[in-house]
Structures are given as structure tokens and as C-alpha cells.
Design a protein around this ligand. Structure first.
Ligand SMILES: *Cc1c(COP(=O)(O)O)cnc(C)c1O
Length: 396
């Protein structure tokens, strides 16, 4: 792992209220120490392997490749991890670090409930009390995940401020952290927020690209032409990109939730409609109005429904190392249904955004070229909402 640094170009930093500065300092120092500690690394790797189920598979999507008649498509199967997404990688790392720091309790924010479920899961494993902050609107939409978190022993705290969704849950969790710095670790779910979170979460997710590289070299004897992933805050995408950043011939593409389109008011495609600003402790791109107020965002996918993006992505965008493309709800839904029928794999609706862009890009590429798409999670959680999108009522 490379040296810890606070900024990515002009982005990142630690824009937090004074009251949080001590906690951020303590976390930064602890992470700088433990990321180099052989025993910490060994325990983390063991958990990734035995508990999360790593390494995840790199699967050649033969039917999709044949059907699209262009580049070869491989899927990085993060959906096969325990709890069904990439989130567990980061939570295992942070919970382990929290224990090393002597913290007794975990708190986290959640949107759709995936990060909340992963945190509640690891808290149960490590015998740590756990509180999950969740927008009241999201609690109604994701009742099953609320039940799962409670079953795992976590307390789910409804957040009623603002739009009662993900960004408000992050704000509420930060406020709670400030009140209980002594015994509590805030387990942030994406590569966002103040330093060291964007670096730490990226490192904990970077096995995705490390494995991808080894796997594609052993299967194809060469690097891929394109690596792509969906982007909410950007954790699974930066984990997928990280070990390819120096390989300039590999195109890196992040797929944003464009909702009803980037020209509509209902979108969450931060890099396509946003501009630089400061929020939730970091300088990055945000969806905001002319006065710099954070704008309400929308995507069919609760995991992509966030008005910002991690600072390392902002930097990769500005230096033209990675490209960020908008994908609409409708395109994602078609990709969700396509992958189910074509490969027998039901992707998370978030991941379906990346599948949708691969469906556009592959036919324009040569047959000896390779695309790797990160399948960030599985789609069981989305079936009821997708049925409703198609006008069918489905009761869980
Ligand atoms: C949370 C989530 C995302 C979005 O988060 P990132 O930080 O951008 O990775 C994407 N896919 C799935 C399945 C998720 O659960």
C-alpha cells in the first residue's frame, strides 16, 4: 500500500467541524500505523478469505459476448461475497481497525440498507454494539433490509431531517460520532468523506483490482482494454480501478445513475451535472444549485442516489485518467433483465448501470479486445422494486 496522503490533486482534505478533528486525527494516525502492520494485514486477509469468500470470481460472460458480437466481456463477481456485495470488504477492514483502536461500538449510515446490513453483520461477528442511521423514507422503501439489520442485532435509527435519505443519514451519523468519540467508530460506507476515509476505503476495496489483474493475466495473458464499474460514492469503482491506474492503456469508466436523464431534474450523475464544492468533510464534485446548496438527487438505484462522489474520482476525472458516463433508469432496468436472461445472473440495480454501458460499448470494440465489468452486488434486494417499475405488485 502506498503512503497515506490527504489530497488527490485539489480534492479531498478534512473539512470537518472542530469537534470532529480529534477523532479524524486519531483515525488517521491509527490507519497510517495499521495499514503497514503485518498482523493487521494478515487478520484482514484471513477474514476476507474465510468470512467474505474472497477472492471473488472473474467470470467470462460467454453468452453476453456472443450476443453483443464485439469485445470479450468478463464479470468481476462481487455479488458472490457474503451479504451480496462489495460492502463487506470495507466493513471488515474498518471494524478490525476500530477494535485495534479500542473502540467498543460501531455506527454507520445506510441508503438502501446494503452498507447497514454489512456493518450489522460484522458487528455481530465481532460482538460490537451497532447503530445504523437510515432515512425514514429509505426505511419504508427497504423494509426487508431494516428487518435484516435488526435480526443481526443492530439498532436502526430513523433520520427525519432534510429529504430523509442517504445524505441526511451521513450527516446524522457524523453528528452522533461527534457525541461519542471515546468509544465509537463511524464506519463510513464509501470512498467519500474526510481523509483518511477515501484512502482507507479505497485500500480496503482494492483487492478487487488486484485480483482482477491476476485473474485476467492468467486467463488471457494480457491486461483488459476497459475496466468499468458503477459509481455511487465510488467505493467499488475505485477498488476496481486502483491497480490499473498506472496502466495507461486500460480505459477506466465509471457509470453514474442518471435517473430520468441528465437534462431532467431527476438525476444523480454527479460528474456529469455537478461542479466542485465542499460537503460531508471533503472537496469534490457535488450536485448543487447556483447558490452552492446541495441539490436533491434521484436514481432508481438507492445505492447511486448520492449528490457527491469520492475525491479520488474527481481527480481522475480532471486529469482525464477515468471517464464518467451517465446511465438512465430505463437503460439500467433493461440491463438488469438482460443479464438475468442472458447469463442467469441477477445483478444489483446499481451494477446493472455498468452492464448497460458495457452493452453499448462492446459492439463497437474488436473481438480481441476485453472489457471487465464489476458486478458490485446481487439483485435479489431489487426484485420487488423492479417488478413495481414494470407495473407488477409483488409482496415480500
Ligand atoms: C452501495 C452500493 C453501490 C454504490 O456504492 P459505491 O460506493 O459507489 O460502490 C453499488 N453497488 C452496490 C451493490 C451497492 O450495494
Amino acid at each position: 500500500m502506498e503512503n497515506t496522503k490527504k489530497h488527490f490533486g485539489i480534492y479531498g482534505g478534512q473539512y470537518v467541524p472542530e469537534i470532529l478533528m480529534n477523532a479524524i486525527d486519531e483515525l488517521e494516525k491509527a490507519y497510517a500505523f495499521y495499514r503497514e502492520d503485518p498482523e493487521f494485514i494478515e487478520t484482514f486477509n484471513q477474514l476476507l478469505q474465510d468470512y467474505a469468500g474472497r477472492p471473488s470470481r472473474l467470470y467470462f460472460a460467454k453468452e453476453m459476448t456472443r450476443d453483443l458480437n464485439g469485445a470479450k466481456i468478463y464479470l468481476k463477481r462481487e455479488d458472490l461475497n457474503h451479504t451480496g456485495a462489495h460492502k463487506i470488504n470495507n466493513v471488515l477492514g474498518q471494524a478490525l481497525l476500530a477494535q485495534k483502536m479500542g473502540k467498543k461500538r460501531l455506527i454507520a449510515e445506510t441508503g438502501a440498507g446494503q452498507h447497514g446490513v454489512a456493518t450489522a453483520t460484522v458487528a455481530a461477528l465481532m460482538k460490537m454494539p451497532c447503530e445504523i442511521y437510515m432515512g425514514e423514507e429509505d426505511m419504508k422503501r427497504q423494509a426487508l433490509n431494516v428487518y435484516r439489520m435488526r435480526l443481526l442485532g443492530a439498532k436502526v435509527v430513523p433520520v427525519i431531517s432534510g429529504t430523509a435519505s442517504l445524505k441526511d443519514a451521513v450527516s446524522a451519523a457524523m453528528a452522533e460520532w461527534a457525541k461519542h468519540l471515546e468509544d465509537t467508530h463511524y464506519c463510513l460506507g464509501s470512498a467519500t468523506g474526510p481523509h483518511p476515509f477515501p484512502t482507507m476505503v479505497r485500500d480496503f476495496q482494492s483487492d478487487i483490482s488486484k485480483e482482477m489483474k491476476e485473474q485476467i493475466l492468467s486467463k488471457e495473458g494480457k491486461l483488459p482494454d476497459v475496466v468499468m464499474a458503477c459509481v455511487g460514492g465510488g467505493a467499488n469503482a475505485i477498488g476496481s480501478f486502483y491497480h490499473f491506474i498506472k496502466d495507461k492503456a486500460v480505459r477506466l469508466i465509471g457509470c453514474e445513475g442518471a435517473g430520468q436523464g441528465i437534462d431532467s431534474l431527476k438525476s444523480a450523475a454527479t460528474m456529469n451535472i455537478g461542479s466542485p464544492g465542499i460537503f460531508h468533510g471533503m472537496k469534490s464534485y457535488f450536485c448543487q444549485n447556483d447558490y452552492g446548496q446541495i441539490a436533491p438527487v434521484y436514481s432508481i438505484s438507492a445505492g447511486l442516489d448520492y449528490p457527491g462522489i469520492g475525491p479520488e474520482h474527481a481527480y481522475l476525472h480532471d486529469i482525464h485518467r477515468a471517464q464518467y458516463v451517465p446511465v438512465t433508469d430505463e437503460e439500467a432496468v433493461l440491463a438488469f433483465e438482460y443479464l438475468a436472461k442472458m447469463e442467469g445472473i441477477i445483478p444489483a440495480i446499481e451494477s446493472a448501470h455498468a452492464i448497460a454501458y458495457a452493452m453499448k460499448l462492446a459492439p463497437k470494440m474488436r473481438k480481441d479486445q476485453i472489457i471487465i465489468v464489476t458486478l458490485s452486488g446481487r439483485g435479489d434486494k431489487d426484485c420487488a422494486a423492479l417488478a413495481r417499475y414494470r407495473g407488477e405488485m409483488l409482496y415480500e
